[in-house]
Design a protein around this ligand. Structure first.
Ligand SMILES: Cc1cc2nc3c(=O)[nH]c(=O)nc-3n(C[C@H](O)[C@H](O)[C@H](O)COP(=O)(O)O)c2cc1C
Ligand code: SF4
Length: 442
């Protein structure tokens, strides 16, 4: 690493297209914003983001959002902030203006969620669609610490998306991008990670198509590349545009970082300014929300993207709260910025403390994941390391004692093992009758 300190490296401005971030610490997107039930940013959404912006980051990415009517209908993490109609633009503008007023030198990025794909929930008689019909085998390669799925998780089987559906979604994303620009966002991130719609095209793990959207790298890139090109056309050359991608399937039949980097290079030609890298997906959740800092770097994931994309596309690194590790990766030219999620729940002043050389004062996230359990169970997200989190605005209501008990129980290994056995036994009973349970049939 260079002789510069972590504070100096992370405090260096970063230019992305025409936008200059004042430093290289970014708030990652999180569905913790508690928007109104009709999909507009609430006072709490604004207060949460303004607090993080005032805590010294260079940019905040607004998560928990839906870009299209499809994503709104099928969201497993409602309520969401909506971009799927012009009537949402004034509320979005209120959010952007409020964050800019709280921290004028902090950029605010919209995360556009096109469709939840394989993770979608079929509702109102509508099917979910994906590149190919493949369920998500949740946590097949490991769940995060203290997250359990009693009975395993059976997601519905998606239909193979028709070309008309792919094109319809492309247009809906373009419209959402137009609204994000009209609302004054400084940048746009298209969500193409985890097991969501666009992600399902990128890897042979979930794309078995034999048409022009499957097979070769060029074909697997096509749906997302066309969307990026159409969004770029809509928003013009100057607004920062990027993707959120999984860098590695972490599955034997899946794709590693080199494969993802090759598909991304194909897409980048359509006009990308940045790629926000995340690790794993719902089938490898332990990799997606790791306990240890710097895991992606050790596995060579950002390095593969840098080799493939070169220096012109900015790379955001995930899950590396250790400032020295993140700064070293930036100094070595592997990534351009560090992007943090859970750590920013635990300590909204993380960036200021790092940049002022006060790292000893950081309140560290313990990676015990009660925030994840709250997200999954759709209970108001709070962080036990930071009592202010979730109550940044006085109007925000926290969870009630019964919900707190559920969140505790959902993280208790012994209880969840018992629940797992009970669910599997009742499933066998339903399938085969009482004899199957007595003989231990699976
Ligand atoms: C409570 C919670 C909500 C999240 N919501 C989103 C979201 O809306 N969009 C998204 O792309 N990722 C979301 N994530 C994933 C994070 O952005 C991030 O990729 C993940 O937590 C790993 O980063 P970390 O180790 O810094 O926490 C969420 C994570 C948490 C803990
Ligand atoms: S609840 Fe707080 S301390 Fe625990 S993992 Fe989530 S952010 Fe970290």
């Amino acid at each position: 690493m260079s002789s510069r300190t972590a504070a100096e490296i992370l405090g260096t401005p970063l230019t992305i297209n025409k936008l200059t971030l004042k430093n290289r610490i970014i708030l990652g997107p999180m569905a913790v914003l508690r928007p109104t039930s009709d999909g507009r940013p609430s006072d709490q959404s604004i207060a949460f983001l303004s607090r993080r912006a005032a805590g010294g980051v260079g940019a905040v990415i607004v998560g928990g959002s839906v870009a299209t009517a499809r994503a709104f209908r099928e969201s497993p993490f409602a309520p969401n902030i909506r971009y799927d109609d012009d009537m949402f633009v004034p509320g979005l503008r209120r959010l952007v203006d409020a964050v800019h007023a709280a921290a004028p030198d902090v950029a605010i990025f919209a995360q556009l969620f096109p469709s939840f794909g394989r993770m979608g929930v079929p509702r109102d008689g509508h099917e979910i669609v994906s590149a190919s019909p493949k369920r998500v085998d949740m946590g097949a390669h490991g769940l995060p610490d203290n997250v359990y799925l009693p009975g395993g998780q059976a997601t519905p089987l998606p239909n193979e998306a028709g070309v008309d559906e792919i094109k319809e979604l492309e247009q809906a994303v373009v419209d959402a991008a137009r609204r994000a620009k009209a609302a004054g966002f400084d940048g746009i991130e298209i969500a193409a990670h985890m097991c969501y719609f666009y992600s399902s095209f990128l890897s042979p793990l979930s794309n078995f198509r034999t048409d022009e959207y499957g097979g070769s790298v060029e074909n697997r890139a096509r749906a997302l590349r066309d969307t990026v090109a159409a969004v770029r056309q809509e928003i013009g050359p100057d607004l920062a545009l990027g993707l959120r991608l999984s860098a590695n399937d972490h599955a034997p039949s899946g794709q590693g970082p080199e494969g993802f980097a090759a598909v991304t290079a194909e897409i980048a030609r359509a006009g990308l300014d940045f790629v926000a890298l995340t690790d794993g997906n719902y089938e490898s959740m332990r990799d997606n929300v790791p306990r240890e800092s710097g895991k992606m770097l050790r596995e060579g994931e950002p390095q593969a993207f840098r080799d493939s994309l070169g220096p012109s596309v900015a790379l955001f690194l995930s899950s590396t709260p250790d400032p020295d590790q993140a700064a070293a990766a930036i100094a070595d030219g592997i990534v351009d910025a560090t992007m943090l999620a859970r750590q920013m729940l635990a300590d909204p002043d993380y960036a200021t403390k790092v940049l002022e050389g006060r790292s000893t004062e950081i309140v560290w996230c313990d990676h015990a994941n009660s925030c994840m359990r709250r997200l999954i169970l759709q209970v108001a997200v709070q962080c036990h390391k930071n009592p202010e989190m979730g109550h940044e605005h006085p109007s925000a209501k926290g969870s009630n004692p019964a919900q707190n008990l559920v969140i505790w129980a959902a993280g208790n290994r012994a209880l969840m093992r018992t629940a797992d056995k009970a669910i599997r036994a009742s499933r066998r009973l339903r399938r085969s009758g009482p004899a199957a349970v007595r003989t231990g049939e699976r």
